[in-house]
Design a protein around this ligand. Structure first.
Ligand SMILES: Cc1ncc(COP(=O)(O)O)c(C=O)c1O
Length: 369
């Protein structure tokens, strides 16, 4: 396969990143400010306030970690989980598996609630495991990008409250694309990433931490074993009232981009944006059914920003994706783990969640398949 130089923008319909808007592009190319410049601090404050709205939370501690989504996961675990603590983790794909693996590295006792790939974790089974083990943290993935599953959250927050556990939720692919309501869920530790439905390049991990979780943090037996992710040290920089002290140099341009992306989200309205993602996903599923693509995930558990479809029989997965990318500048995602070679993961995220993205893909599929 010869690689052609691509001169125009690739349509990013994979699992993220997605294409960014003109407004975000303009923000990221603005002249730099110093990272303690009052002008930058103002933008950081605006970013934090808007993140609270998008997460649907009152949590004061809400800000972007200066690294990609996985850093949000690691920041929360390294500060709130100590060696010997118990964590119950819902595992139905790559990212629940990542939470479990990282928790093991931190020396925690990990109790996995397994579910087959392509299905949501059973809420009752998960809640029962929380009640039985009373872990320090109960972790669940709200949008499992490896399989295209959206996890219903009913009953999970209540079970965590009753068991005295902190509820940890991965919202990397759901935030700003499907309902996320941190305070209504009773969630305590929540993270996301910028490159999916927020519509900003990869590089920041928005996080939010409840008051209940802060109390747990204050009662750690030992200091957080990390410099970069140390909550108190970061807060002295992103939150210091009456003066902020240097911890690391914030990625200024990325914060400009996030602030601009959040403004666009709130101008559209969260519910309108969730509906736009739902409508685009429904259109995608119905248009691709005509080619023989079949949904992996049953209705009611589908992640609208990322649709997973079984390939029509006889389709050469890698060759077809290669043609889409190299001849037509459209990226779609491959399957992972047990679903590799069997499915495509098609993302319709942020500005790409429109019928026009699907129409462009369909036109090209007519020639490629
Ligand atoms: C559900 C989920 N969690 C965590 C991550 C990790 O984020 P990143 O790749 O930005 O580090 C991803 C990335 O795709 C994801 O989809």
């Amino acid at each position: 396969m010869t690689l052609k130089t691509r001169t125009s923008e690739t349509l990013l319909l994979g699992p993220g990143p997605c294409n960014i808007s003109e407004g975000v592009r303009e923000a990221i190319s603005r002249p730099l400010l110093g990272h303690l410049d009052p002008g930058f601090i103002k933008i950081m404050e605006s970013t934090k306030a808007q993140l609270r709205q998008v997460f649907n939370t009152q949590n004061k501690v809400t800000f972007p970690i200066s690294a990609t989504g996985s850093a949000g996961m690691e920041f929360l675990l390294v500060n709130f989980l100590e060696a010997g603590d118990k964590i119950v983790v819902g595992v139905n794909g790559v990212f629940g598996g990542r939470v479990a693996a990282l928790s093991e590295k931190l020396g925690a006792e990990v109790i996995r609630v397994e579910q087959e790939w392509g299905r949501a974790v059973d809420n009752e089974v998960f809640a029962d495991a929380v009640k039985k083990h009373s872990p320090k943290i109960a972790a669940i993935v709200n949008g499992e990008t490896s399989t295209g599953v959206y996890q219903p959250m009913e009953g999970i927050g209540t079970a965590c409250r009753e068991a005295g556990s902190l509820l940890f939720v991965d919202c990397v692919t759901s935030l700003a694309g499907m309902p996320v309501s941190v305070d209504d869920w009773g969630a305590d530790l929540v993270f996301s990433g910028t490159q999916k439905c927020i519509g900003v390049p990869p590089g920041l991990a928005p996080v939010t931490v409840s008051e209940r979780a802060l109390e747990v943090y204050r009662n750690r037996s030992k200091p957080t074993p990390s410099f970069y992710f140390d909550l108190d040290a970061i807060l002295a920089y992103v939150d210091g009232e009456g003066g902020r002290s240097y911890h690391h140099t914030a990625p200024i341009s990325m914060v400009f981009a996030l602030e601009a992306g959040l403004k666009e989200i709130l101008a559209e309205g969260l519910e309108a944006r969730w509906k736009r993602h739902a409508d685009a996903a429904a259109y995608l599923r119905s248009e691709l059914a005509a080619f023989g693509f079949e949904p992996v995930v049953p209705e009611g558990e589908r992640l609208n920003p990322l649709t997973t479809l079984y390939l029509p029989s006889g389709l050469d997965d890698a060759a077809a994706r290669g043609k889409l990318l190299n001849d037509h500048q459209i990226e779609v995602g491959a399957g992972l783990g047990p679903l590799a070679g069997k499915i495509w993961r098609i993302g319709l995220m942020a500005g790409n969640a429109r019928e026009s993205s699907v129409d462009r893909l369909v036109e090209v599929l007519k020639t490629v398949l």
